[in-house]
Design a protein around this ligand. Structure first.
Ligand code: SF4
Length: 57
């Protein structure tokens, strides 16, 4: 899911994935919105951000 990268943090999201295109210094995410998967996960370890794309793409 490719979404717009804003020029400011999405205040509702803390993210430490500093290899993501949407990552911002201070552990912020600048994606307009994110999608988390999968359905029917049983704990947080099973979930991941489907909006992630590697930095530099
Ligand atoms: S898109 Fe997902 S992985 Fe990337 S910075 Fe935002 S929350 Fe983190």
């Amino acid at each position: 899911m490719q979404v717009n990268k804003m020029n400011h943090p999405n205040q509702g999201i803390k993210c430490v994935v500093n290899t993501c295109h949407y990552y911002m210094n201070g552990d912020y995410c600048a994606a307009e919105r994110i999608e988390v998967q999968p359905r029917n996960a049983s704990d947080s370890q099973e979930t991941d951000c489907a909006t992630f794309i590697p930095e530099g793409r």
